[in-house]
Structure formats: C-alpha cells, structure tokens
Design a protein. Structure first.
Length: 178
C-alpha cells in the first residue's frame, strides 16, 4: 500500500529564507538594543553606581564588551536560523524553544544588573541563562552540529560573565542590599 506521507528520513531542510533570517537577526538585535538603552540611562557603566562597585582584577575595560557582544549576538542569531532550517522534529522544536528562552534570559540581565542595580538578581538570571544556553547547545547538537558549534564562544563568555557577576556580588555586600 502506497501513502503520500514522507518519512522522517526523507524530509529535507527548509530552503533559505531571508525574511526568517532577518527575524532571527531582529530578535537578537532587539535584545542588544534593550541592553544599549538601559546602559544609556541609569545603568551607564561610566556612572557613579557602577564605578563605585568593587570589581575583580579580571574585569575587562568597558570598550571590550561592545565588540564581543556584537560577534556573539551574530552567532546566536545564525545558530537559531540554522536550527529553524532543519527538518521538523521534536528535538528541533525543543532547540528552538531553548533558543528563545536563552535569548529572553540574556535580554533580562542588563536591565536587572544595570537598570535595577540588582546584581544578585542578575546573577540568578545569569545562572538560569547558563543552564538554558547549555541545554540549547545539547539540543542543537542533535539537530545541526554547526549551529551548536557556533554557540561555543557564547558559552565561554557566559561562564566568564557569570564569574564576573558572582565576584562583584561577593566584593560588594553592603552596596548590594540597598
């Protein structure tokens, strides 16, 4: 008996779509823009609150963050797009959900740390982000290995950022309670 169903082995990836690629880029750029807006107001790293925090020796200069995040956001967007292009599967759906969740957690960090001046809450967000980004990478590995590899530098930077956030919390117990 012949059916018109396509088996999972016969499915092919979605064709390239400039509009969808633009959507992934726009979502990621939106998170970056949110961070930039927060940094221009109350959360300016050149402002008194941030300058007054005791920071670890391994704190990079402020000018490092912009270029690093520009590259990381580009790889995050492209990894998400590659996962979207993969054939339909439960693992693809899980990976896309985790991609969106890690992006939302990423977008929450700057308003928590700089905007609300709540480094402890930001650290909790960062730990959730680390977990979600790792889960995304694991799910992406089963869908599209190059997409998973694209986020390896992001995972490294998140580990560094988590250590930096944790050290700032540890070095500033009095100022963080206010």
């Amino acid at each position: 008996m012949q059916t018109n169903e396509i088996s999972s082995d016969e499915r092919t990836e979605r064709p390239h779509s400039g509009l969808v690629a633009l959507g992934f880029a726009a979502a990621t750029a939106g998170v970056a823009a949110l961070g930039t807006l927060v940094m221009r107001g109350r959360g300016n790293p050149k402002g008194m609150w941030f300058r007054a925090l005791r920071k670890p020796r391994f704190q990079p200069p402020n000018y490092v963050f912009g270029p690093v995040w520009t590259v990381l956001y580009a790889t995050i967007a492209y990894a998400g797009y590659r996962i979207w292009r993969a054939p339909d599967s439960k693992q693809r759906s899980v990976a896309l959900g985790l991609w969106a969740a890690q992006l939302a957690l990423n977008g929450a960090w700057t308003p928590l740390f700089f905007g609300a001046r709540k480094p402890i809450l930001a650290l909790g967000d960062m730990i959730a982000l680390d977990t979600t980004a790792l889960a995304f990478t694991a799910a992406a590995t089963g869908v599209d290995k190059p997409a998973a590899a694209l986020v390896a530098p992001y995972l490294g930077w998140l580990g560094f950022a988590t250590a930096l956030n944790a050290k700032i919390v540890a070095k500033n117990p009095g100022i963080l309670i206010k």
